[in-house]
Design a protein around this ligand. Structure first.
Ligand SMILES: CC(C)(COP(=O)(O)OP(=O)(O)OC[C@H]1O[C@@H](n2cnc3c(N)ncnc32)[C@H](O)[C@@H]1OP(=O)(O)O)[C@@H](O)C(=O)NCCC(=O)NCCS
Length: 180
């Protein structure tokens, strides 16, 4: 666990842990706020407490087996950001799928940058066998995210045209990779 100060506010950065199962509601509230905001995330249906518990359980199992690393940023008992890398299955097991989100009122203060740097550190010994590459999908229009990913070393490798429906529009997706 680590405490950082951003914009004068103290933020706790820590790993997802089994005790979080008792607080699944906090995680459901966090993701449901993002869904309500209608950010560029593929999930479009709000999470019930049960959905969130199932999700957290699966992540915790994967962490135990060294197939996942998962960081939580929180303040005053509220989740304000998450980032994870999840090992892909079978013959794609050398690849980790990256994800990040920050709560609306906590963006643009460097939290995304901090979480990515931290999760890269965790990835170094959080996987057994180690992963060789981190990949992500991002909506081509999501300029803040693309800017952040480039800054952290991801390179664009492909564009998937009209791969994402958002507010009635079909949008392109950019695939970005980082080789470890
Ligand atoms: C994308 C996201 C994770 C960025 O997190 P963040 O904490 O705001 O990022 P940071 O504050 O560390 O900023 C990183 C860089 O992006 C820039 N940036 C962030 N938001 C920006 C915006 N809206 N417009 C322009 N630049 C922006 C910052 O200026 C900074 O650039 P710099 O380091 O060169 O000065 C956050 O906006 C988010 O969660 N969005 C909604 C969910 C989402 O889109 N997730 C990604 C799905 S692929």
């Amino acid at each position: 666990m680590e405490k950082i100060i951003l914009n004068g506010k103290e933020i706790t950065i820590r790993k997802l842990a089994p005790k979080d199962l008792k607080d699944a509601k906090k995680f459901a509230d966090y993701i449901n706020d993002l869904i309500e905001e209608d950010v560029y995330l593929s999930v479009n249906k709000k999470y019930s407490l049960r959905d969130e518990t199932v999700f957290l359980k699966s992540q915790i199992e994967k962490i135990k087996k060294k197939n996942n690393v998962f960081l939580v940023a929180e303040t005053e008992k509220k989740i304000i950001g998450v980032s994870s890398i999840d090992r892909m299955n079978g013959k794609q097991g050398h690849i980790g799928l990256f994800g990040i989100s920050i709560a609306r009122e906590w963006r643009r203060i460097g939290l995304g940058t901090f979480l990515i740097a931290e999760i890269f550190e965790m990835a170094k010994n959080g996987f057994d066998p180690s992963i060789k590459m981190i990949t992500l999908d991002v909506i081509a229009k999501n300029e803040p995210a693309i800017h952040l990913y480039r800054k952290m070393g991801f390179k664009k490798v492909a564009v998937l045209p009209k791969y994402f429906r958002h507010r009635g529009e079909l949008l392109d997706i950019v695939v970005m990779n980082l080789y470890l």
